[in-house]
Design a protein around this ligand. Structure first.
Ligand code: SF4
Length: 397
């Protein structure tokens, strides 16, 4: 394969929903395998079925041939599921495929997600050899009891060993940590934050536990066997995280994300800046200039379709110009940098005030948004309830 070749060699599949194509500088690859399904998880994952790996890799190859490659790749994110469940040769084949398909931009950011129990020196050497720069570790907690309550199957000593290995290899380390696990207290959460700060990680994503329909936790709660942390304590935990991490020099740059200076995740910033991205794999979502598509979330259906040369697309939406601008507004408001009103107007041809003035003014009056020096951003109060604000901003379209 010629790296600079901008043509796909395979005709684009038209059925059942045509696959969209576009130039993009970011790629997301979804690896669906997991060792077990955690009680709170509703992602597109498949437990077991490691024998599907060769077919999955062939499917990525097919999607690669359908993907335009005329722009150099600046960010890659291999997520899941659990990408570290791929065999070493399987991971090598995937990284080889990406290298063979794209020109890689200098200084590109490449992230691979991993569960702590899978991080071996050989795995890290392989990744580094192919230009991976960042590991996102699904830690969730440093406390054994909380890990059990979260239905996670790794141990704190595996976390420590994985962290040491990533840092010794010189890779950037990001941690995923959950707060408001069932039974968690504020003082336990403070200990967790101390462990995060002492870990040596340069980036952390903090998520409040949400209980989604269809999960095991949902049914436990339904039967009164699981009790969520009350809202006031959840809010206190989130504010405590912001206060402690920012006081220690971390940059709180998005609702759930914190980074040491210089370590913001460029791949995620790309999403929040409403730029385009390719996506491969079951349940993966791509976006090109207002067309958003999601692949079928069932791995077996995805494999069957792609390997038969058929489109993997499950849902496709052409956003109206109005909705696209409103989405851009919401995505930008998720970042603590907020929306530069002038820059927004230059990019989209209309100002946020023209687009959604009534709602924005109300949010400012109610103290959810702050307006300062031509920038609109979430206030502390707004950060606490941000997910409840977005539907209102999107609804007027
Ligand atoms: S490891 Fe992550 S993706 Fe897999 S089941 Fe657990 S929460 Fe879901």
């Amino acid at each position: 394969m010629n790296h600079a070749d901008s043509q796909t060699e395979a005709p684009l599949p038209q059925e059942p929903i045509p696959l969209a194509q576009g130039a993009a500088r970011s790629l997301y690859v979804h690896v669906p395998f997991c060792r077990h399904r955690c009680g709170y998880c509703n992602f597109a994952v498949v437990v077991g079925h490691r024998e599907w790996e060769p077919r999955l890799l062939r499917a990525y190859g097919q999607e690669a041939r359908w993907t335009r490659n005329d722009a150099p790749l600046e960010t890659l994110y291999i997520g899941g599921g659990t990408p570290s469940r791929l065999s070493l040769p399987g991971m090598e084949q995937l990284l080889e495929l990406i290298h063979s398909r794209f020109r890689i931009a200098p200084g590109a950011e490449w992230t691979v997600e991993a569960n702590p129990e899978d991080v071996s020196p050989a795995w890290l050497r392989l990744l580094q050899g192919y230009g991976v720069t960042r590991i996102s570790l699904g830690v969730q907690s440093f406390r054994p009891e909380k890990l059990r309550r979260l239905d996670r199957d790794h141990q704190p000593q595996q976390i420590r060993r994985a962290i040491d290995r990533v840092l010794e290899a010189g890779l950037v380390l990001s941690l995923d940590v959950i707060f408001a696990a069932p039974g968690e207290t504020l003082s336990q959460w403070r200990q967790e934050l101390e462990a995060v700060q002492a870990s040596g990680a340069q980036h952390v994503s903090l998520y409040g536990l949400t209980i989604e329909r269809g999960t095991w936790f949902w049914s436990l709660r339904h039967h009164g066997k699981l009790h969520e942390v009350v809202e006031e304590v959840q809010a206190a935990m989130y504010l405590e995280a912001i206060q402690r991490l920012t006081a220690a020099g971390w940059e709180h740059y998005e609702v759930s994300n914190f980074a040491r200076p210089g370590y913001l995740c460029r791949h995620n910033l790309n999403y929040w800046h409403c730029d385009d991205y390719h996506a491969w794999g079951p349940g993966a979502a791509r976006h090109y200039q207002g067309t958003r598509q999601t692949n079928h979330p069932s791995t077996s259906t995805y494999l069957r379709r792609v390997l038969a040369g058929r489109s993997p697309v499950w849902q496709s939406e052409r956003l109206s110009p109005q909705l696209r601008m409103r989405e851009a507004l919401v995505l930008a408001l998720r970042t603590t940098a907020g929306v530069d009103v002038g820059a927004f107007g230059r990019r989209w041809g209309t100002s946020p005030w023209q687009l959604a003035g009534e709602t924005l003014r109300r949010f400012v009056e109610e103290g959810f948004l702050e307006e300062c020096g031509g920038t609109l951003r979430l206030s502390r109060r707004g950060l606490l309830v941000s997910d409840a604000l977005w539907p209102e901003l999107l609804a007027e379209a």
